[in-house]
Design a protein. Structure first.
Length: 438
């Protein structure tokens, strides 16, 4: 999912949604229809630096769709801080959009509500076939062994963005490949009066994305093989502590970032206040905030040692946005046509260029427009060193519970309270207690 966001939904809300059998969508019936063939409602996630920018990107494409099909698309761009709660409310109330964006990490959890159109072979055939999409993107569309709950729209990966001038002024010739190198470079950068690494310490989704990667680098998982929450194993505790220690111990993340939750770290980097940023497909966001492409470099996220790759060398989660259709839409045919339109080669090139993301459609991804140096890093990461977040029904509760635990630990670090192995484990124990009993 895109990390301008901070998903703020309680476990109680999700539990209600998972227990419900009602579906969301344009109608209040339990099945789809074509009662309103001339209109459909689309909830788009906030992908750009602002909602206004998203509307500027999307509206011409929706106008194009209307010209082709005669269907008017009513657009609402929903902030990430509201999106998951809005979706969950729609799944229980039966009142929502026809088509919507979902963060790909939510796919299995939202699939469990039963509210979304399953993308079986027949439905995929209507949009050109399942084999049009890259495997890594399809891996985050729902639970293993079930028909996907959504279709990939944008693919993204985390990368390390670094300010070339700040690096040069500090005498640093290349970006850090390991965390030890990053901390060492941080001392040189601080000696020149600059902040080192931006983070969004109050952003629940950002927290879980980074701690998931750190856990992989420690050879750990948040769930057992049979799907039980296992947040307090030694590897997870070490991973969370290492991430928070970038502020608490290593002092490379500024203490003020403990309160960041809405893209402030990207703005700091774009304005030259911070030397480095870990972000998903940030180029378009940085450009919209006035930063030239030539002012920064892009490299893989650091690993514990060596270089990114498989196994414990994971340096990104498989990030992205999926398109879902509410099962009870009252424009089933139009919704399917809209998904086909948005995942067409032409639209994939337009939209993914606008958001500096990677098309999950194979033929679009090979277009020369996506052969930039920045995209080369992102595509290689997705192909060789990214892992999908757990595709389990409790995934959304997991994001909220653990992401909030990390938020609390950053708050401790910013306040000067000790972040110890014991305090990290205690926060993770609280998080695990919020998960449904198995």
């Amino acid at each position: 999912m895109r990390s301008i966001r901070a998903a703020a939904v309680g476990a109680v809300t999700m539990s209600i949604a998972l227990a419900a059998t009602a579906c969301g969508g344009g109608s209040s019936t339990s099945g789809g229809s074509n009662d309103s063939p001339k209109t459909l409602t689309y909830w788009a996630s906030n992908q750009g630096a602002s909602i206004a920018i998203d509307k500027k990107v999307l509206q011409p494409e929706l106008d194009k769709f209307k010209k082709q099909t005669g269907i008017t698309v009513k657009l609402e761009v929903v902030p990430w801080s509201d999106l998951l709660n809005r979706i969950l409310t729609a799944t229980t109330s039966g009142q929502g959009p026809d088509v919507l964006n979902i963060g790909n990490t939510w796919s299995a959890s939202l699939q469990a509500t039963g509210a979304f159109l399953p993308w079986n072979a027949a439905n995929f055939a209507k949009i050109g076939g399942k084999d049009r999409f890259v495997d890594s993107a399809l891996g985050s569309t729902g639970a293993t062994g079930k028909d996907p709950a959504a279709v990939p729209l944008y693919s993204m990966a985390y990368a390390l963005y670094y300010n070339k001038q700040i690096f040069a002024d500090a005498g640093i010739s290349q970006p850090p490949a390991t965390w030890a190198e990053l901390v060492a470079d941080g001392k040189k950068i601080q000696a020149k009066g600059k902040q080192v690494l931006g983070a969004e310490g109050a952003n629940v989704s950002e927290n879980i994305h980074h701690t998931f990667v750190f856990a992989k680098q420690h050879g750990a998982d948040f769930f057992t093989a049979d799907g039980r929450a296992d947040f307090t194993n030694d590897g997870v505790v070490a991973a969370v502590k290492q991430y928070v220690d970038l502020m608490a111990k290593d002092k490379v993340i500024p203490v003020g970032n403990a309160e960041y939750a809405q893209n402030q770290s990207v703005s700091d980097f774009a304005k030259g206040r911070t030397a480095m940023l870990m972000w998903q497909s940030a180029s378009a966001n940085l450009k919209s905030q006035g930063m030239s492409d030539s002012a920064y470099g892009i490299a893989p996220i650091p690993v514990q040692s060596g270089t990114p790759g498989t196994g414990t060398q994971v340096d990104s989660m498989v990030a992205g946005i999926n398109l879902a259709v509410f099962k009870n839409t009252d424009n089933l045919d139009g919704s399917t046509k809209f998904v086909k339109f948005m995942t067409s080669d032409a639209e994939q090139k337009i939209l993914n260029t606008a958001y500096s993301s990677i098309p999950p459609v194979k033929t679009a991804q090979t277009d020369t427009a996506f052969n930039t140096p920045a995209n080369a890093v992102l595509k290689n990461t997705l192909a060789t060193s990214a892992a999908a977040l757990p595709q389990v029904a409790d995934e959304s509760q997991f994001e909220t519970a653990v992401g909030t635990a990390v938020k609390n630990l950053f708050a401790d670090a910013a306040a000067g309270r000790a972040v110890t192995t014991a305090s990290v484990k205690a926060e993770l124990e609280k998080a695990q207690q919020q998960m449904p009993a198995k």
